[in-house]
Design a protein. Structure first.
Lengths: 198, 331, 541
């Protein structure tokens, strides 16, 4: 007997009838679970922020991190552009925008590292108190997600250079895009809740 | 046919409701009623029990009847009738339970508001859970004890907290509990109505001694209560009283206080060894340090980290001095 | 690389395999092993509690035993076994060849054995002693095994979330032609509701466990009271998941019961749409009740009220299901096969569990019975009398389909009888003990509770014994039982319209569904094998 076969396109007729691609749906569902995960960490942070008060917030550098936020936002733009380029039949341009995405992602992570280091120099660490624990865990997990996104972007870039994606076969890039935008949106939430709202 | 069904349903309904009322009024599953709260809660409980009995008998009865009456004949292979639903029946068994839920909900809300309301000019008692015993403090009289006494008929407000992990202060006879959570004070209001002794149990897993973390509340006449307070205050300076109130006997042997604990060093020996235990440290200083800073020096053969570190806060300097003098002056 | 029925085929169950039928069996067998382990721990617990006094175990060891009993039963038995049923049945029931993401599916399963080993190894690292609820600060200060416990549960959570993504995507995108949502079998509806809960609630527990693990491993201050840490935060994060978790444990079970009743009453399921919608209602409502586990925590008294309300309201869709199952049997032609016996037992015992749940939802009563043996009785009636009964019903019902062989009916009925008596004997006395003043999670108790505990222990031992006829029946029948037909129960759902066991690609031709799957009796007076609701399946009608 042949090895167990992976599903083919016609197995997903019901989804096609609904206009739902199963791989996209899978990613959306995964994103839903991630929303709940970050929700848990955010709940912990906000609970302590409003019940204890976080004097350490004065040490946060809103301007620097604000710039870093713009960098991450730009990277979403480059991802959109990459996908658009692919769908316009220009894989070379897609690769370029993916490179830009990676650069911006790494820049964001460096910015985060710099912010973390400055806080550490001020004595605010993961174990220095409730603020340190909550802040670094929440932003740290976000950073981890960005890092995973950067690795994924490299994989997609390499795939793109090999010609794995075309205007008709763009699902891999689209799904990566969904993840990247999600990570971006999480950051907008975190930046607002941690840095902007008193 | 419909009249017959209606007739039988009515008969069954009446019988079930009668049984429900019977169970609700005759069956007592609760311990002694020792507070105003208990009376209200038990009433609510009986109503729930009656309603549950009716529902239970109805469903189980119907199930049993169906299994017996509609059993397939042995060897029979025919199909049953093609009944997919019955809208009026489905509406009935959606709305009727919903109505019951609403009634129970409103009734419960009323009982809750009534029982949780603090009484007039309540007696405040602070309750502290510690692994694995209960401590009580009467702030009005500035008295700390290991026994809980209450005057009958006077509203009480317990202010409950913990020194270590989460415990839960529960007096089954009073019908309520409140968690003893470190870092916060939770209030519990009630009025004891019956003179007697009622068990206190810890109702939140708190470690190896969770099951033995029991105590007793003594409810007595106001006169007896006042007399007890007086007696406790009189003994407040007494070293043996301090020793017992602080729970030292749980871990230490001290014949003079009647305790035989073995988790910590034997205090009967203290007069003969205190002076030499730490070279350069006098007996009094050594014993005092052992009380207020127990991990500074561990007697060989015993474990660190077990003795509470906050006796320095809980005892006044006079009390500590009296205790140390007493321990060293034993024959 | 594999054959459908040869004896050598057993090897594929021990390796990486993307066939959902293999994965389903892997889930079911692995979790059953943990059921036996958890059950052994229960026997130890009941031995200790047969008489007052901490005579068999000391307090700390008892706490470890009790903690791991609960943890194994919830995280390594019920939660994975229902995922196993979902895995095996969903593609077959919707007329698909496999799940949407077969490799992800295999990964979901393979997270379980290492997580299980981590959990078991925690016993040798000082044990986890804080109950399956792991309240802080107790769990923060506990022995090293507690960290392994937390990591194990984390892994199991990932497995759950990945499984949920697969179930949802599969049902939405892979249904056979004609299989509209209103033609889905009710087991699939139950799994849909379950998957929504797994997907959304589990990640919150993940967050909470990470906080606990960080506190224990690197010294963060999430739950350090002296730094301002709040123990109630853990309770909220924990119960936000763990209450929906109990619906994850019961909705598939109810789905199984919904499949079995029509087949063995030879009547359509009564109120199909109401049952389907009740499953979804229970899932949604189930996300709003969690703080009913915290009524005594000192939480804001005003906030308790909405939780009491939602906890009571959830009784309504639950009641709808019970009445609908009852009505399914009415005027039917009931055959008391082992699956039907367990399904009937499910209703009678789940009813007790559900009714006692209303007592717990009522705050004034809950303030008395919270954290007592009343709760232990309630949870065992819903989880053991309920979920486990339904799991047994499903194991017997789908035994011929999965193994291709028939089990022994008489031994099955004996198993049911011992199980039913044991369950009631073990758990009914617990309600009384709780009401009268016995707290839960205690190695020792006041001598006034002795006779109640002794009865519970006898019942518990009976339950331990009851597993033996099941194991004997299952193992022997799997190896040497009489060969089963494709459709021994004359059932109309799609998994029965293919061979027993199914071929690797499930169906020779994907069926086209023409009406819903409970059309028993739609052709009055017909012979038992009614026309399956398909055209062009392996069958001929």
């Amino acid at each position: 007997m042949s090895p167990h076969a992976m599903p083919h396109a016609e197995d997903f007729r019901a989804g096609q009838a609904l206009g739902v691609d199963h791989r996209k749906l899978g990613m959306w569902l995964f994103i839903a679970s991630e929303v709940m995960f970050f929700g848990g960490l955010i709940a912990a942070y906000l609970h302590y922020k409003y019940s204890l008060g976080f004097p350490e917030i004065e040490l946060l550098n809103v301007v620097q991190v604000g710039v870093n936020t713009l960098i991450l936002l730009s990277s979403s733009l480059t991802v959109v552009s990459a996908l658009a380029a692919l769908q316009a039949g220009r894989p070379g341009r897609m690769a370029l925008f993916l490179v830009l995405t990676i650069v911006l992602g790494v820049a964001f992570l460096s910015g985060q590292a710099y912010e973390f280091a400055s806080l550490y120099r001020e004595g605010v660490t993961l174990t220095s108190g409730v603020f340190g624990s909550s802040f670094f865990t929440l932003t740290g997990f976000h950073g981890l997600h960005v890092a995973i996104g950067v690795v994924w972007a490299i994989v997609v870039l390499l795939g793109g250079l090999r010609g794995a994606y075309t205007a008709e076969r763009s699902m891999g890039v689209e799904i990566f895009g969904l993840y990247w935008h999600f990570v971006d949106i999480v950051w907008i939430m975190l930046f607002t809740l941690i840095y902007l709202i008193p | 046919m419909r009249e017959r069904t209606l007739f039988f349903s009515a008969i069954i309904g009446i019988v079930l409701i009668a049984l429900g009322i019977l169970v609700a009024t005759q069956v007592n599953l609760m311990p002694v009623e020792a507070s105003t709260r208990a009376a209200a809660v038990d009433q609510l409980f009986r109503v729930l029990l009656g309603v549950s009995t009716v529902i239970f008998l109805l469903v189980e009865g119907a199930l049993l009847y169906a299994v017996l009456r509609f059993r397939a004949r042995p060897g029979g292979t025919g199909e049953g009738p093609s009944i997919h639903g019955d809208t009026s029946l489905e509406i009935l068994w959606t709305l009727l339970p919903a109505a019951i839920v609403v009634v129970i909900g409103v009734y419960s809300f009323q009982v809750l508001t009534a029982v949780e309301a603090p009484g007039n000019r309540p007696l405040v008692v602070e309750v502290v859970g510690r692994q694995f015993s209960w401590g009580f403090r009467y702030p009005e009289q500035d008295l700390e004890t290991t026994e809980l006494h209450l005057p009958v008929g006077r509203p009480v407000v317990f202010q409950i907290t913990s020194d270590d992990v989460i415990h839960s202060f529960w007096v089954p006879g009073f019908r309520a509990k409140r968690d003893a959570t470190p870092g916060q004070i939770s209030e519990l209001a009630m009025t004891p109505t019956k003179i007697g002794r009622f068990p206190i149990r810890c109702a939140e897993l708190c470690g190896a001694g969770h099951a033995i973390m029991t105590s007793e509340v003594v409810v007595e006449t106001p006169e007896d209560f006042d007399a007890w307070i007086e007696a406790q205050l009189a003994m407040a300076g007494d070293p043996v009283q301090i020793f017992n109130t602080m729970g030292c006997g749980a871990c230490h042997t001290l014949t003079a206080a009647g305790s035989a604990g073995t988790i910590g060093p034997n205090l009967d020996e203290l007069p003969s060894v205190a002076g030499a235990r730490r070279p350069g440290v006098a007996a009094e200083a050594y014993v005092t340090e052992s009380i207020v800073n127990p991990d500074a020096f561990i007697t060989p053969g015993f474990q660190p980290g077990l003795m509470p570190k906050n006796f320095g806060d809980r005892l006044t300097p006079d009390q500590i001095q009296a205790l140390v003098a007493f321990l060293l002056a034993q024959p | 690389m594999m054959t459908a029925t040869s004896a050598a085929g057993w090897r594929r169950y021990f390796g990486w395999n993307t066939d959902h039928k293999v994965i389903g069996v892997q889930y079911i067998v692995t979790s059953f092993v943990f059921f036996l382990l958890g059950g052994a721990l229960a026997m130890v617990v009941r031995t200790e509690l047969a008489a007052p006094g901490a005579d068999v175990l000391d307090g700390a060891t008892y706490n470890q035993t009790m903690t791991n009993h609960g943890t194994l039963m919830i995280f390594l038995w019920i939660l994975p076994v229902v995922a196993g049923f979902g895995n095996y049945l969903i593609p077959l029931m919707i007329g698909a060849r496999d799940m949407a993401f077969p490799r992800l599916n295999a990964l979901s399963y393979w997270l379980i054995p290492p997580a299980g080993l981590l959990m078991l190894s925690s016993f040798f690292a000082g044990g986890a002693e804080a109950g399956w609820t792991a309240y802080v600060p107790l769990s923060i200060g506990g022995p090293p095994g507690q960290t392994l416990w937390a990591l194990s549960v984390l892994l199991l959570g990932f497995s759950s979330i990945l499984g949920a993504i697969n179930f949802l995507t599969t049902v939405i995108t892979m249904r056979a032609p004609g299989m509209s949502f209103w033609r889905l079998p009710l087991f699939v509806w139950g799994m849909l509701a379950t998957a929504i809960l797994s997907l959304t609630a589990t990640p919150v527990l993940t967050a909470g466990l990470i906080l606990v693990a960080l506190d224990r491993m690197v010294g963060t201050h999430f739950f350090t009271v002296s730094s301002g840490g709040d123990p109630i935060l853990w309770q909220n994060l924990f119960w936000f998941y763990s209450h929906p978790a109990v619906y994850i444990m019961i909705l598939p079970a109810m789905g199984i019961v919904s499949e079995i009743f029509p087949v063995f009453a030879r009547k359509p399921i009564f109120g199909y749409r109401m049952i389907a919608m009740s499953s979804m209602a229970i899932a949604v409502l189930g996300m709003t009740v969690w703080a009913h586990h915290m009524f005594t925590s000192g939480m804001d008294p005003r906030l308790r009220i909405p939780f009491m309300v939602s906890s009571m309201v959830i009784a309504v869709p639950t009641g709808i299901k019970i009445f609908s199952w009852l009505a399914t049997t009415w005027y039917g032609k009931i055959r008391l096969t082992t699956p039907m016996l367990f399904a009937l037992g499910f209703i009678s015992m789940f009813l007790i569990g559900g009714l006692t749940g209303i007592f717990l939802a009522t705050i004034p009563v809950d303030l008395h019975v919270h954290d007592t043996y009343f709760v232990v009785g309630h949870l065992h009636f819903v989880l053991f009398g309920g979920s486990v009964s339904a799991v047994y019903a499903g194991l017997y019902y789908w035994f011929p389909k999965i193994t291709g062989r028939q089990y022994d009916e008489r031994i099955g009925r004996a198993h049911f009888a011992i199980n039913f008596i044991g369950t009631n004997l073990a758990y009914l006395p617990m309600f009384l003990a709780g009401l009268l003043g016995m707290p839960r999670r205690v190695a020792d108790y006041d001598p006034s509770f002795t006779s109640l505990n002794l009865w519970a222990t006898i019942g518990g031992f009976l339950l331990g014994i009851s597993v033996l006829p099941f194991l004997y029946n299952a193992l022997l029948s799997w190896a040497r039982g009489p060969k089963a037909e494709a459709n021994p129960w004359s059932s109309l759902t799609l998994e029965w319209q293919t061979s027993s066991p199914p071929p690797p690609q499930n169906f020779a031709v994907i069926p086209t569904v023409t009406h819903h799957p409970y059309a028993y009796g739609d052709t009055p007076g017909a012979e038992a094998v009614a026309a399956p609701a398909t055209a062009g399946a392996g069958g001929s009608r």
